[in-house]
Design a protein around this ligand. Structure first.
Ligand code: CA
Length: 316
């Protein structure tokens, strides 16, 4: 249990330790300058333990924001509680989307969420469909994450272990929050419960939009005029230089199906499944750490660019 906790914490911390580096700046565009120019702004919502920028310079979406902006997209990154329930994070996200629509004069946004962020954006689309043109999830555990099930099963309600887990998780979330200049409330146990298979079964019953009816099929491409898409990876050890790969290799043992270290292949399905087996692990999907991903796979920024072009072609 202690080893597992250490693995989880180190995986979370791994994303946060590379401080002081800055993401590549948007290059001067000479061709394909409108490739990603969507009708509505693109909003990127981070996952559990995530952030928008550390110290205002290191982006969770490493090299992705610039790649999207190069092609003409208007891009916003949001920050919600690093560790909290989907509903709590979703409500915080709604506040930020309202600011974005006011700022841009566009009535809706294209939401893209990584990991837990994919659940937050589903919540927003369900309760505030007027604000949403599309929902795209990247490696989101729509049917639950096996690691969350394991932790929840081994951490009993009100136990000493739960108190310790909550303390560490909430502290980590608060530290990341402070580094990013935000102070959203943290609740590690609520976050964990939101990511278990039983937590997701309840969430899916209440917010079924885009969720596949079968265990590993696709969901509806469009619900109430909102498009739904998803993609994910099944790589683990993808780059020998990336220290986070070993943590993901350990956590991948909890999964009965192909996975990216934290999210199973079939669990990631939502709406139109673009692809579910990129040779990418859970951090590669957002081009972490520092762009250390497999050289034998499409680069994460190019995958995001292709998706923005897909949204543009759909009139979004
Ligand atoms: Ca990596």
């Amino acid at each position: 249990m202690r080893g597992t906790m250490r693995t989880v914490v180190s995986a979370l911390v791994a994303a946060a330790v590379v401080l002081g580096a800055s993401a590549p700046a948007a290059a001067f565009c000479v061709f394909n300058c409108n490739y990603t120019k969507t009708k509505y702004p693109i909003v990127l919502e981070h996952g559990l333990g995530g952030f928008d920028e550390l110290f205002g310079v290191y982006s969770y979406w490493f090299g992705i924001v610039g790649a999207l902006e190069d092609g003409g997209a208007r891009v916003f990154t949001t920050t919600v509680s690093q560790l909290n329930s989907t509903e709590a994070r979703g409500e915080q996200l709604i506040d930020q989307i309202e600011t974005i629509t006011a700022l841009t004069g566009k009535p809706k946004v294209n939401l893209i969420g990584h990991s837990h962020g994919g659940l937050d954006i589903r919540y927003v689309a369900a309760v505030r469909p007027d604000l949403v043109a599309s929902v795209s999830s990247v490696a989101t555990p729509h049917k639950g994450a096996a690691l969350a099930d394991y932790l929840r099963a081994n951490v009993k309600d009100g136990s000493f272990t739960e108190a310790v887990l909550a303390y560490f998780a909430n502290s980590l979330g608060t530290v990341i929050g402070l580094l990013t200049g935000h102070s959203n409330p943290q609740d590690g146990i609520a976050a964990l419960s939101s990511l278990t298979s039983s937590g997701l079964a309840a969430f899916n019953a209440q917010y079924p939009q885009g969720v596949p009816a079968s265990a590993c099929g696709s969901g509806a491409a469009s619900v109430n005029g909102i498009r739904y898409y998803s993609w994910s990876g099944t790589g683990i050890l993808t780059n020998a230089l990336d220290v986070s790969d070993s943590s993901l290799a350990l956590s991948s043992f909890f999964y009965p199906e192909a996975n990216d270290g934290l999210v199973g292949k079939c669990s990631s399905h939502l709406g139109t499944v673009i692809r579910d087996n990129y040779f990418q692990n859970h951090l590669d999907e957002v081009n972490q750490i520092l762009g250390l991903v497999s050289i034998f796979e499409s680069s994460p920024p190019s995958i995001f660019r292709a998706h923005a072009n897909r949204l543009k072609a759909a009139g979004l």
